[in-house]
Design a protein. Sequence first.
Length: 253
Amino acid sequence: MSAPTPVSTAAASAPPHPLDSAAWASLTGPHARFAEGQGRARRYRTDLSPFGALADPGDPRSWADLHRLQGAGQTVLLTGPPGLVDGLPAGWAVEALIPGVQLVATPDHRTGPDPEASPVGAAEAFEAADLVARTEPGPFRPRTHELGGYLGLWRDGRLVALAGERLHPPGWTEISAVCTHPDHRRQGLATRLVRAVGHEIRQRGETPFLHTGAANTSAVELYLQLGYALRRTVEFAVLRTPDVEPAADSSST
């Protein structure tokens, strides 16, 4: 697959785009009710998502606040542009670094309700987590389904395909956890759910976007066919905080 051309971005003088720091925009905006914070750092409650966020990755104070928020020797998942972990403060360790891409819906992207898709709530959360563990589309915690509308398709009483909503910057909603059981692939189930979740997002007057691993070319090709466009490359970084206990700072509130 040839590399798609990124959507042109706004001029350098323009205000930051919400998707430039999607987790921060989400945790300080529509998902603030799910957030825990310390000064210039935020994170989702751990039973919802492993994502954390910084007000400014170039500001050492943001990293110090994230250390205080997480505690010593704890892991956190951050996402941002390539180079996110360049120049990490002393004591921070990179556990995993995954190149990714961010895609946004174009005016021509295809959506539509699916009469067979059913909501995934608390009663189905364990089954959803099991499917995610089998297929590894990304992290899924016991209460991840509360972040937005998750939909599933069942066969013979078993959940075989899943997609839902995760990050929620103002005006945007991320489609996430797109996965299909290996026994039911190549039947168009993921396509149907991406369209159905996208339809719900559009009904609210918001715009869908997606993240996926850069190496997952089949997923990227699917999203391009559905009318999404590559906006930028990103990195997903699993980091471990320094082992020393973080210093108290009453100024970071």
